[in-house]
Design a protein around this ligand. Structure first.
Ligand code: PLP
Length: 378
């Protein structure tokens, strides 16, 4: 039962090293990483600020149990409080996205004293039992039940079914501001505000899963800020420590005040905390969300033009540098040709969507290279 291949299957490219937007394989071939390895490298690969912070922290103190306060963790809590969306200033540190959501669901149940969760069709929230219960795809759930029960799924973006589903028994609504894995589906205008209204009315918690949209990817530090909405709980992970395992559950005071008993041995470990501090510091200092907004907008414009030109693209969607290209053929053959013939790495989002989540440091030269390659493939 061990070994990555057992779970992932094997990929034909052996990556040896990474620097900035580039990954290099064992034969010395370079690839432009436009998947950013599942959005986990917002600063680009092996960024010196993060590498130095990790090396220094590992040499000084690699681990100490969480009950002893250490500066590097305290300063990350302070930094998260300062950068958190709205007043979601209290935080819990975990080691992954699914754990951040697991904590979010537990906190919401405890703080409301209710159990029902409302989630959306096509949602992806992770693979542990609670987060998996709120994930849509049956393929991920088959043979693992019973899961953490009491989840009602509503069509993503449908205002009325959200109104109908949320009631006095609802602990939480969990929503991605843009569905990632489900096909790069942005919430329609006003939808997140509507979720805010119905959860307020029912006394339920609004959980925004920003594990893919957060940390600057959509052009704002948090996508909910772009939408002008403050949820009760916001989760982040993936890029927050530029590739080290880190998840964050940011909550408002009313959740923190009645969150129940939760814990984890590696919560806020010094080395991932050092990586997260360095990542957030550089991301903000270099205004990488601003770069994501600018380069993302011109990238999508070029892709729209390519759609008109080739007729092979059904839709171009997303915000900032979270971009989905729905192709008329399957996504996987396109992704395979981009990698093999053009040295460009992308991700699928369902069967027909090619997903781009590049480092937030990319330039218009990089995106032009991707558009040229796509023109050739399509
Ligand atoms: C990747 C992802 C998760 C799960 O994160 P892991 O670190 O893989 O557990 C949850 N929600 C969203 C939106 C994601 O993109």
């Amino acid at each position: 039962m061990s070994g990555a291949e057992f779970v992932f299957g094997s990929k034909p490219i052996d990556i040896d090293s990474g620097s900035g937007v580039t990954l290099t394989d064992d034969e010395g071939n370079d690839y432009l990483d436009f998947g950013a390895s599942y959005a986990c490298a917002p600063l680009g690969h092996s960024h010196p600020d993060v590498t130095d912070a990790v090396a220094e922290q590992a040499a000084e103190l690699t681990y100490v149990q969480g009950s002893y306060p250490v500066d590097v963790r305290t300063s990350l809590y302070d930094r998260v409080a300062a950068l958190a969306p709205g007043d979601c200033e209290r935080a819990w540190l975990a080691n992954s996205g699914t754990e951040a959501n697991e904590a979010a669901l537990k906190f919401a149940r405890h703080a409301t004293g209710r159990s029902k969760i409302v989630a959306t069709m096509q949602a992806f929230h992770g693979r542990t039992m609670g987060a998996l219960a709120a994930t849509w795809k049956d393929e991920y759930k088959e043979g693992f039940g019973p899961l953490a029960g009491d989840v009602e799924f509503v069509p993503y973006g449908d205002f009325e079914s959200m109104t109908d589903a949320v009631d006095e028994e609802t602990a939480a609504v969990i929503v991605e501001p843009i569905q990632g894995e489900g096909g790069v589906n942005p919430a329609p205008e006003g939808y997140l505000g509507h979720v805010r209204d119905v959860t307020d009315e029912a006394g339920a918690a609004f959980i925004a899963d920003e594990i893919q949209t957060g940390v600057g990817r959509t052009g704002d530090l948090w996508a909910v800020e772009g939408a002008g909405v403050t949820p009760d709980i916001v989760t982040a992970a993936k890029g927050i420590a530029n590739g080290l395992p880190m998840g964050v559950t940011m909550v408002r005071e009313w959740i923190a005040a009645d969150a129940g008993n939760h814990g984890s041995t590696f919560s806020g470990g010094p080395v991932p905390c050092a990586a997260a501090n360095a990542t957030l510091e550089t991301l903000v200092a270099e205004d990488l969300p601003g770069n994501a907004a600018d380069v993302g907008a011109s990238f999508r414009e070029s892709l729209d033009a390519l759609a008109d030109e080739t007729g092979a693209i059904r839709d171009v969607r997303g915000r900032g540098l979270m971009v989905g290209v729905e192709v008329k053929t399957g996504a996987n053959p396109v992704i395979g040709q981009l990698a093999m013939n053009h040295g460009i790495l992308a991700l699928p989002a369902g069967r027909t969507v090619v997903r781009f989540l590049p480092p937030l440091t990319v330039t218009e030269e990089h995106t032009a290279q991707v558009v040229e390659a796509l023109r050739d493939v399509l």
